[in-house]
Design a binder for this molecule. Structure first.
Ligand SMILES: Nc1nc2c(c(=O)[nH]1)N[C@H]1C(S)=C(S)[C@@H](COP(=O)(O)OP(=O)(O)OC[C@H]3O[C@@H](n4cnc5c(=O)[nH]c(N)nc54)[C@H](O)[C@@H]3O)O[C@H]1N2
Ligand SMILES: Nc1nc2c(c(=O)[nH]1)N[C@H]1C(S)=C(S)[C@@H](COP(=O)(O)OP(=O)(O)OC[C@H]3O[C@@H](n4cnc5c(=O)[nH]c(N)nc54)[C@H](O)[C@@H]3O)O[C@H]1N2
Ligand code: SF4
Ligand SMILES: [Mo]
Length: 742
């Protein structure tokens, strides 16, 4: 590996750390280092890259307050992917449908893309071209892709994978508090909470370095309670574990609030002074009496009572939700139900160590949802339908407000419409792998097949890229400059430590070239600092105001959280201390009822399937399934089954098991564990197959799909122990990739 790495890259750049040699990219000498951040999750652990003898070396940054040197196995292995033999280093194109992808020049690839865009828009109108982005893109790239759609293409058809991530929490947070910043306080505040309730969140596996703050709290004597159908590593370390039926969190939260009201635990003074709408909620939860809640959720009344009393008695308490509570067809209302509980107990804005928060997931999951990647959104978390917002952003962009398209449809609806008579005919996809990660994924693959032109920008040939007509190779984390916003709303600098392989371009360069060919090149600079400065201007006065978070302040090492309206402003680590950013300054209760939206089990599909993450792999697996270290740790898809369920269907540990839902079927290796509910199967979605099963039913407000609960049939596969991995179990090693350097 090391030899390939030095082949492909010039050595590590000299230090860009402010203490030493700011902004020099010339040197290639040992002993220098660059401080940057991990390519993966929203914790954005600080990473230091140094020039070692055998090539670059990577270490966790002790000076970065979020991880203080800690890294998980994904972050620690991130160097393996930079000079990976499967790295894309030249554009690829298919001469015609059905032909193999083959290397082409940049000019040929870009001309092909622009010809496709022009032909589709001429025949079918501007919305015939769609864009789909990802929460891994830097702030500059997220901003630029949103602008590219509205200004270069003039299309309303743009959305991104954040819709599949935290959109329910974003919608509920905005509805309740007038703002969506995942953690409205620094992560370190977790250590100050006397009670923490984690709902559908498994940071011990999904953000291991974050556990230091939970552990610090426990050492101080804090009580931690986890709500999860599985006894995860997070639940095992907590004091109490509530193990509900998947999809019943809304009833659980309403039930806890019912008990709080019954037992006189509501903070009436806080409710009167800082909120509106409690009367309707109080009426709503009357019917959620404890016995009924126990029947629906499977959580014992004694656990319900103990949980709500612990939260209410605590000096400081937090409720944190993540994907387990949010990825449901009633995800927005479910999050609202947990917010209602937090408000009734007077937690948000009470002070350090209290509140409600959502634990955002992707590297730039927070920034990605602020700068205009979303179908209905303009930079600064502004609304595309708001005339004042349109006028402000059009002014920054140097276009007429009327030239901006209106809001488009959400991610799954967009994917579902591809290639239909009224839908887009061309898709530009960057930083997402929907044929693995979108719900009802086989259907999504069919829609990809119906397009006139699919263009994928990636650094590996993902399953989605493999279906493309044109593939554009781009830079990876350690090869680019930019900013990202982590789960706390803290803005960070990604710094370039290495040169990209020759032939690879940044996305800002790619979009500039496409825009230039469309006659709009002047609007699309390629320097990230310039794009960031424009983003700051576009966000000024918006909810997510970056105007004061200058590139220079970030480079000087200032710790800056948005909103930060001017360069003299210190930023806002903690929100809600005096008021909520709603018109009347109060937080809003909303009465939410159980609409029983979760797909029903029946005789044919008698169990519940839930999906999520393993500690080892990341998302659709494009990156981590190519890491030798991570593949050694876990090389194929597994399904967690309770031994009782396994006995019922005749499956042993390590046997192949077939899972079938109303959408499709897949095979995984059975992993028997009594840590899961006997009526529930858990499947990680890091390999193709899991999303052939999931339901595309959408939340009416956030348009979040129902990833976390659907009805499933479970059957043994005969012969029970296949010699080779079963068909749907795809390991990277088994996949032949049309090579780019043959
Ligand atoms: N190793 C690893 N880490 C990651 C990622 C990764 O892919 N791999 N991805 C990153 C991203 S983008 C995200 S969004 C975060 C996600 O981070 P998490 O939200 O922590 O991860 P998940 O595994 O999706 O879901 C959390 C838990 O929800 C539980 N759950 C399932 N159904 C329900 C339910 O109905 N109710 C409740 N209460 N719980 C339920 C699952 O058992 C699971 O343990 O992780 C980030 N970090
Ligand atoms: N069943 C089920 N499905 C789920 C979930 C679940 O819990 N269960 N979780 C959902 C969630 S929370 C999420 S966030 C999504 C994530 O799912 P995806 O959107 O598929 O996310 P990734 O797998 O991270 O895909 C990123 C792709 O872009 C590439 N990439 C990374 N960085 C860049 C970049 O800067 N530029 C470009 N051009 N490419 C880049 C990677 O190589 C990879 O191919 O999956 C969702 N799907
Ligand atoms: S926890 Fe997240 S940011 Fe930190 S090293 Fe792991 S993947 Fe990277
Ligand atoms: Mo996510």
């Amino acid at each position: 590996m090391a030899a390939t790495r030095t082949d492909l890259h010039t050595d590590l750049h000299s230090d860009t750390h402010p203490d030493t040699h700011p902004d020099t990219h010339a040197g290639t000498h040992a002993g220098t280092h660059t401080d940057t951040h991990c390519p993966y999750c929203s914790l954005q652990c600080g990473i230091r890259l140094s020039a070692g003898r055998g090539g670059p070396e990577l270490a966790g940054r002790e000076d970065f307050p979020v991880n203080r040197g800690g890294l998980c196995m994904k972050g620690a292995s991130a160097l393996e992917l930079l000079a990976h033999p499967e790295r894309l280093t030249t554009p690829l194109a298919r001469p015609h449908r059905g032909a193999e992808l083959r290397p082409v020049s940049w000019d040929e690839a870009l001309d092909r893309v622009v010809d496709g865009i022009t032909a589709a828009q001429r025949a079918h109108g501007r919305d015939a071209v769609a864009c789909f982005g990802g929460g891994g893109l830097t702030n500059e790239k997220a901003y630029q892709l949103g602008k590219f759609a509205r200004v270069a293409l003039g299309t309303s058809a743009i959305d991104y994978n954040g819709r599949f991530c935290m959109s329910s929490a974003a919608a509920a947070g905005t509805r309740a508090f007038g703002i969506d910043r995942g953690l409205p306080f620094p992560l370190a505040d977790v250590a100050e909470a006397d009670v923490v309730l984690l709902v559908g969140s498994n940071p011990a596996d999904t953000m291991p370095p974050a556990m230091r703050w939970f552990e610090a709290g426990r050492v101080r004597g804090a009580t931690h309670i986890v709500v999860d159908p599985r006894r995860t590593a997070t639940a095992a370390a907590a004091h109490r574990h509530l193990q509900p039926v998947p999809g019943t969190d809304l009833t659980l939260a309403n039930g806890l609030l019912h008990i709080a009201i019954r037992d006189g635990l509501v903070d009436e003074a806080y409710v009167a002074a800082r909120t509106t709408g409690f009367a309707a909620v109080r009426r709503q939860v009357r019917r959620d009496w404890p016995d009924r809640v126990e029947r629906v959720t499977g959580v014992a009344v004694a656990d319900l009572v103990a949980t709500v009393h612990a939260l209410a008695r605590a000096r400081t308490a937090m409720i944190l939700t993540a994907r387990g509570a949010e990825q449901h067809a009633d995800g927005t209302d479910t999050v609202q139900a947990w917010i209602n509980l937090a408000l009734a107990l007077g937690l948000p804005g009470r002070g350090v160590g209290s509140g409600w928060a959502t634990v955002t997931g992707q590297g730039n999951g927070q920034g990605g949802r602020e700068h205009g990647l979303k179908a209905d959104q303009l930079p600064g978390y502004r609304k595309l339908a708001d005339p004042a917002a349109r006028a402000h952003v059009a002014g920054v962009w140097g276009v007429h407000p009327d030239s901006l398209p209106g809001p488009g449809v959400s991610a799954y609806e967009l994917l579902d419409s591809l290639g239909t008579p009224a839908g887009p005919k061309v898709l530009l996809l960057a930083a997402s792998n929907p044929v693995v990660s979108a719900p009802n994924a086989r259907h999504v693959a069919e829609r990809f097949g119906a397009l006139d032109l699919l263009v994928v920008t990636d650094f590996f040939l993902s399953e989605s890229a493999r279906m493309a007509d044109v593939v554009l190779p781009t830079t990876q984390w350690a090869e680019e400059e930019g900013t990202l916003t982590n789960l706390e709303g803290r803005v960070l600098r990604r710094r370039r430590a290495l040169d990209p392989p020759p032939g690879v371009r940044t996305e800002l360069e790619i979009w500039h070239e496409l825009a230039r060919r469309l006659g709009r090149g002047a609007h699309f600079p390629t320097d990230p600092a310039e794009v960031y400065a424009e983003l700051c201007r576009a966000s000024a006065g918006g909810v997510a105001d970056y105007a004061g978070i200058t590139w220079d302040r970030l480079d000087a090492g200032e710790e800056l959280f948005w909103p930060c309206p001017d360069p003299a402003h210190p930023g806002t680590p903690r929100l809600f201390t005096d008021r909520f950013p709603t018109p009347d300054g109060r937080a809003r209760f909303v009465a939410v009822a159980d609409r029983r939206v979760t797909e029903r089990t029946d005789g044919r599909y008698p169990f519940l399937l839930t999906t999520g993450r393993s500690r080892t792999h990341y998302q659709s697996g494009t990156q981590t399934r190519r890491s030798p270290a991570l593949v050694r740790a876990e090389d194929r898809m597994y399904a967690e089954l309770h031994p009782e369920l396994a006995r019922l269907v005749g499956v042993g540990d390590g046997d192949a098991v077939r899972l079938t839902t109303r959408r499709g079927s897949t095979v995984a290796l059975a992993r028997l564990t009594d840590a899961i509910r006997p009526d529930t199967v858990f499947l990680p979605f890091h390999w193709p197959g899991a999303n052939d099963l999931t339901s595309p039913r959408l939340d009416p407000t956030s348009r979040m799909p129902e990833f976390k609960a659907c009805a499933v049939a479970v059957a043994a596969v005969r012969p029970a122990r296949p010699a080779a991995p079963p068909a749907a179990v795809v390991t990277t090693a088994a996949v032949t990739v049309p090579t780019t350097r043959s």
